[in-house]
Design a protein around this ligand. Sequence first.
Ligand SMILES: C[S@@+](CC[C@H](N)C(=O)[O-])C[C@H]1O[C@@H](n2cnc3c(N)ncnc32)[C@H](O)[C@@H]1O
Length: 376
Amino acid sequence: MQHSFIAELAAPGRKVPVRACDLESSPVFLLPSIGEYPVYDDVAYETMIKDERRMGAYAEAVRRYAPGRTVLDIGTGKDAVWALAAARAGARHVWAVEVIPKSAQIAQETIAEAGFADRITVVEGLSTEIELPEPVDMCVSEIIGTLGGSEGAGSVLRDARKRLVKPGGVFIPHRSVTTAVALDLGAAGRGEPLGFPPLVFRYVEEVFASVGRPFDLRVVLEGLQDNPKIQERSYLSGPVEVEPLEFNGDLDPEGTDSAELTFTGEGNFSGLALGMRLWAAEDDEPIDSLVQSSSWTPVYAPLAEEGLPVRPGDRFEFDFTTTLSDDGVHPDYALNGELHRAGGPPVPLSWSSTHQGDGFRANPFYRSLFPGPEGP
Ligand SMILES: C[S@@+](CC[C@H](N)C(=O)[O-])C[C@H]1O[C@@H](n2cnc3c(N)ncnc32)[C@H](O)[C@@H]1O
């Protein structure tokens, strides 16, 4: 039996009630999607370093392409992992760029301690705002979000290709897509409303602080990955791909993709689990966040909280639109679709999730997560 309870967290100028859960009794729970906000801390960096799938795929690609090349590492983080890996593999010189000042400073110290201060130059700032003495041969970055492009990989790497990397230069990762699967949230959570474990309240508070108000922030579902039993009872369709980002090709961070999910199972369709697939190098098997556990976890996009009964053969057709938010880097997402069930009229369903947050408690899912009246 899973237990949720109501607690309180701090938002700018006020307290906000929040549904919390006890980790011991909650096989599936919610976490905020934080990578798209400047709230990385030691725990977040450590989670990424411990992710063997991510580390293995990147390490192999860096070892393969770095020897003899000049390298730009965008978002080196406090551990400068890919800058150091590139230098150790024989890169001629590495520029390691990091926007969070404290992380850039620790990276500088780590690089000096490792004896690479002469071959790695740390640059504090946004890659989109820096200049390099000359374009580099290769760019490595890990700014892939819970939705492939949500941390700004599309616009940031398009800028890098134009200004900072030589024509024909190599990009790691090679490609990402966002994936979608139809979900029965009630089946995933065994009918209990889902909440945040209290230890992640501080991240929710920091995301609210960075935007300046509480809003329906993106949440991810923890507990589905590497768990075929939970996936079997909660995923009602196979996956489809949207938001393709070709980092070694033409890169367009904005666009609309049309997709269709065909239900393979019977259940109550409440929304989509949105994940990402990531190819570190072209001939790699992708990391797939809808099924494998990694530091990426599927986002929940609520569409019909009460759950609409569906059967095998029913279909959900939708358009998935990505536009850049006001900051010109992080995408806003919108999904508009129609559920087609045998013998019934089409049911229009939609979801939107903007980077700066355009609503608070805008639907029953978020009114359950942040109990209280709808409104700003
Ligand atoms: C997901 S972490 C990856 C850290 C490290 N590279 C790794 O793979 O473990 C992303 C890092 O990129 C930084 N970042 C994101 N966009 C950036 C940009 N355009 N310029 C510089 N740093 C950026 C973030 O502050 C964060 O430290």
